[in-house]
Design a protein around this ligand. Structure first.
Ligand code: SIN
Length: 486
């Protein structure tokens, strides 16, 4: 039984035009992955419900887009304050439906709130321009206008932060949104709506539809003529399908897709720091983030020392139900994710991998997996090529800088990359040569609302966060003014 200080934050209906709607497709069961218990049933939205939400968002756009940036900023500031005031309850809701440890979930709520605050401030500083004229009787200027209704599909791994990272800049710019959260984690999305409602954000500006039929709702969000922009966080495979669907109405799109992050440790690195950060970026959210370390490359001369220290650090991770004090790693999201780990391990074992730790399901429950450390990795193993999205750390070795940069870049993905070295020349060279949208040297921590987060190659289009993260929610209009007598 989920205990909250404010039980009214546990909403189970879709939020459309400022009211709570039962879904016309029935209900969805929301389970706690740590114990398999049913938390609650929530409304299951159909394509028709989603169309209703789009109509509400389109009607609200007519007035919201005409408000001042200051007005929107004030309401968003109310929302930000309410999210922080309710961080513990929101964290508990997230731990229950997603599984991440409570401290990590509360951390995500603060991260989610930071996007609301940042864009509430940023929208007051979005400017057009005056361009030197090309004729004495003309004047040239640009100004920014909100792009329209925004369709958003958000993932289960960050049930709150991916919603605010999209809706924060959208609302600040004067857009309205229709969000489809993942069916596994709708409760965090509904709770955020309840707080937006309390903050005074008008009906229709934010709408949330949870749906078991992602395809039907996805079609509405990618093809509805009243939607001006579509934004998605999730896998590259689904992103490609959604991108193709957006083509028929030439929607503006931004996509934050899969990753295959290299974590490179050179022989001059501070090894203890590298180990600490490697564990943090590999096992954050049980390995289920797009920017989690996926391939660990260690220079040959330090491989033995690094691997031994990594083994000690991984052994110390406390695997537990996310509500248990001190839990560092919770369950995977569902049993399909556990089966995926089984398959990676079976494939790697058949190709000669060495298992130093774990490599199997965890006794705590059907969604738990042991923190795993592997060596003897070969290029033909699936986990050397695919996004693992789970708690498996696989260490490979390399000889030279050129070799490791080439191997790190030998993937269709290009989201985040990490490397450790104390040579300043190498810091600059390697950061420039890695084909990734985010490069992190001598640290595994970079996520922040003030900087752009986005992928290169098949890891995405556009950026979220920072001043870049609001740009795509505007159309830059060029106004050519004639008939001016000089
Ligand atoms: C993600 O994995 O998509 C988000 C990770 C982050 O914002 O740090």
């Amino acid at each position: 039984m989920l205990k909250l200080k404010d039980a009214s934050l546990l909403k189970t209906n879709n939020y459309i035009n400022g009211t709570w709607h039962a879904g016309s497709a029935g209900t969805i069961d929301v389970f706690n992955p740590a114990n398999g218990e049913l938390i609650t049933k929530v409304a299951d939205a159909s394509a028709e419900d989603t169309e209703l939400a789009v109509e509400a968002a389109a009607a609200a756009f007519a007035t919201w887009s005409k408000t001042t940036a200051k007005h929107r900023s004030d309401l968003m500031r109310n929302w930000f304050n309410l999210v922080l005031e309710n961080a513990e309850d929101l964290g508990a809701i997230m731990t229950a439906e997603q599984g991440k440890p409570l401290a990590e979930a509360i951390g995500e709520i603060k991260y989610a709130a930071s996007f609301i605050e940042y864009y509430a401030e940023e929208c007051k500083r979005v400017m057009g321009s005056t361009i030197p004229t090309i004729a004495v009787n003309r004047r040239l200027q640009t100004y920014k206008q909100p792009v329209g209704v925004v369709g958003c599909i958000t993932p289960w791994n960050f049930p709150a932060a991916m919603i605010t990272r999209k809706s924060g800049p959208a609302l600040a710019a004067g857009c309205t949104v229709v969000i489809k959260p993942d069916a596994a984690t709708p409760l965090s999305a509904f709770a955020l709506c309840e707080l937006a409602h309390r903050a005074g954000i008008p009906p229709g500006v934010i709408n949330v539809v949870a749906a078991s039929d992602s395809q039907a709702v996805g079609l509405v969000l990618t093809q509805h003529p009243k939607i001006g922009k579509f934004t998605f966080t999730g896998s590259t495979a689904i992103g490609k399908l959604l991108m193709a669907q957006c083509a028929s109405t030439v929607k503006k799109i931004s996509l934050e897709l899969g990753g295959n992050a290299p974590f490179i440790v050179f022989d001059d690195a501070h090894i203890d720091d590298a180990v600490t950060h490697c564990v943090a970026t590999k096992f954050r959210n049980c390995g289920q983030t797009c920017v989690c370390t996926n391939r660990i490359f260690v220079q040959e001369s330090i491989a033995e020392e690094f691997t031994a220290k990594l083994q000690t650090a991984i052994s110390a991770l406390k695997v537990a139900d996310g509500f248990e004090p001190g839990a560092i790693m919770g369950p995977l999201i569902n049993t399909r994710a556990v089966e995926k780990m089984d398959n990676f391990i079976a494939d790697a074992k058949s190709k000669g991998v060495k298992v130093l730790l774990g490599g199997d399901r965890h006794e705590l429950g059907q969604c738990f997996y042991q923190p795993t450390l592997l060596t003897n990795i070969s290029d033909d193993m699936r986990l050397a090529k695919e996004e693992i999205f789970g708690p498996i750390a696989a260490v490979q070795t390399f000889k030279t800088e050129d070799e490791v940069v080439a191997r790190a870049n030998d993937t269709n993905y290009g989201l985040a990359a990490y490397f450790f070295t104390r040579d300043i020349g190498r810091v600059m060279r390697v950061s420039e040569n890695l084909q990734y949208g985010i490069v992190c040297s001598n640290s595994g921590v970079f996520s922040t609302e003030v900087a752009p987060f986005g992928g290169w190659k098949q890891s995405g289009i556009g950026s979220e966060g920072g001043k870049e993260g609001i740009a795509d929610f505007y159309v830059t209009k060029f106004h050519s003014i004639g008939g001016i007598d000089s």
